[in-house]
Ligand binder design. Structure first.
Ligand code: ADP
Ligand code: MG
Length: 294
């Protein structure tokens, strides 16, 4: 009896009552939270301090918090951070609730998107990552699981856990390449299919160009439903990524094939820039996009 009472007792984090799990992250669960007086709904990302300590990732978490604070109210396509709470064993990031699920799930449900639909999401991704880069931040972990959708199918970028501030003057990633690499391999939970060749090659790199590569992989996955670089073993996968060998999809428009071939270029210096993507013919909207159904 006692046990049952205990079980049904509402759990509070600060002023928020914790409800059901919305998603699983590498550091803990993301749960729905409801403010006890205003009833505002939020997402609460739990980070287990122990896990963070074990994997020496404290700096990463601080970075995520600082970046979200820096982006606050500036970019409508970045999930907002409202506050940070902590208990003895956990850190809680109180985040804007995004209710439309992951782009990943939508893609799995629909298998693949039409070019028009992919363009609708990709244009939002380009606009918002361009804004993020203008703030001096690169994301470094762009993949459909980290792209959430709101109730109107607007893209919301989440999970800045691996983001780095790059030095605007030097145009390079501030963290040492070694730590970038280890962190990436760590937190992508196994198969880093979205990681650029230069990140794998482990020499100093421009994080913005690495984001552009990942955006190219996201675009490819959206229009084909399969990964451009996929191998059962990590060494083989890395080799394919470094050589930039991917199957040219059939049934895509010449403009889209051209754009993909300019993004998925292993040499970051020869890879298309964000401006180049924005001005590419495929990015033009031919018709007023009709509202997307979920
Ligand atoms: P991790 O850094 O461990 O990958 P994420 O920030 O990506 O954690 O969150 C894990 C999952 O939780 C996401 O893929 C998503 O399904 C869900 N989630 C995260 N943030 C939110 C949010 N603000 N609103 C709704 N769901 C979220
Ligand atoms: Mg994530």
């Amino acid at each position: 009896m006692d046990y049952q009472n205990k079980k049904s007792k509402p759990k509070f984090i600060g002023n928020y009552e914790l409800k059901q799990t919305l998603g699983e992250g590498a550091w803990g669960k993301v749960k729905l939270g409801i403010h006890k007086s205003t009833k505002q709904k939020v997402a609460i990302k739990t980070i287990c301090k122990n896990k963070v300590r074990q994997q020496n990732m404290g700096i990463q978490i601080k970075r995520e918090v600082n970046i979200l604070k820096q982006m606050k109210d500036k970019n409508p396509h970045v999930v907002q951070l409202y506050e940070v709470l902590a208990s003895k064993s956990k850190i809680y990031l109180v985040l804007e609730l995004v209710t439309g699920g992951e782009l990943f799930d939508k893609l799995v449900n629909e298998h693949r998107f039409s070019e028009a639909k992919a363009k609708y999401f990709f244009r939002q991704l380009v606009t918002s990552i361009a804004m993020v880069h203008d703030e001096g931040i690169c994301h470094r972990d762009l993949k459909p699981e980290n792209l959430l959708l709101d109730e109107n199918n607007n893209l919301k970028i989440s999970d800045f856990g691996l983001s780095a501030l790059y030095l605007k003057e030097k145009d390079s990633c501030t963290s040492t390449s070694e730590s970038c690499r280890i962190d990436l391999l760590h937190t992508t939970c196994g198969t880093p299919n979205y990681v650029s060749p230069e990140v794998l090659q482990d020499d100093g790199y421009d994080g913005r160009k690495a984001d552009i590569w990942s955006m190219g992989v996201v675009l490819y996955v959206m229009v084909t439903g399969v990964l451009p670089f996929d191998e059962p073993s990590l060494p083989k996968l890395f080799d394919r990524i470094k050589r930039g060998i991917y199957r040219k999809p059939l049934n895509l428009s010449p403009n889209l094939l051209d754009l993909l071939s300019k993004i998925l270029v292993p040499d970051p210096l020869k890879r298309i820039s964000m401006k180049g993507i924005q001005n590419h013919p495929w990015m033009k909207v031919e018709k007023i996009p009709t509202p997307m159904t979920k």
